[in-house]
Ligand binder design. Sequence first.
Ligand code: SAM
Length: 286
Amino acid sequence: MNYRHAYHAGNFADVVKHAVLARLVEYLKRKDKAFRVIDTHAGIGLYDLGSEEAQKTGEWHDGIGRLVEARLPADVENLLAPYLDAVRASNPDGGIERYPGSPLIVRHLLRKQDRLSAIELHPADARTLAALFDGDFQTRVTELDGWLALGAHLPPKEKRGLVLVDPPFEKEGEFARLADGLKRAHRRWPGGMFALWYPIKDRKAVAAFRAALADAGIAKILDIAFEIRPPSPEPRFDGTGMVVVNPPYALEAELRVLMPVLGKILVQDGTARWSAEWLAGEAPAA
Ligand code: SAM
């Protein structure tokens, strides 16, 4: 396991992923009943943007760095408020020196009845994450292979909630693991909401992944793609994707407000584009 999220924390892909994640959590809060968020590849939870790793790539400057400087239309500001509140909570002195990862963003948004299970396989990262949530009875940090959690941990006892699967894509076969993981998880918990992150880099692999999901016999799969530049001839990290299974009914309308503005802020070469496509609708495709 060589992947270190510290090099990438707060980049354009994190911004899009975390903005959507926060919308999903906000939706779950519309009912009083408790829910659980399971973050299968949680990372360390809080990133120092002044660290050697963050400075080496400087990726956050073109992600959260741009977003916090941007003037946002009121409707976009409303939609981003939960996410940006979580970012601000990690920077109590103002400015932007630290960036919260997915478990800390989710934790910031939970009510007292809700729970978070944060899973991380890298032993040192799992220890850092456990220290971050030390004494927090609403959060359970487990050092575990996140793919296993898609079996044994589902469904959670709350029977409501969201599973975020955000693997590092450092090894061959990650797309296949993601599709298989979703199938297994969905069999155990068909009513759960699932959010799967993927990079838009190897376009053939992305197309095969989308085809596999469309064929999985799972209903209600929305595929969100966000690209910061036109496709490159050689595979290059041009965009970020998020597949949401059982998405909130309001999500598509929210994306139509949010994504064009995020596109303008995060674009790198030429024009940004985004799409939200149903890979499977109400009835399962297979
Ligand atoms: N979800 C985090 C966020 O949005 O802030 C970022 C996660 S990062 C992309 C992927 C993480 O998965 C890394 O911290 C890595 O150590 C961890 N990891 C790699 N393989 C894993 C596995 N099989 N199970 C759980 N975690 C794993």
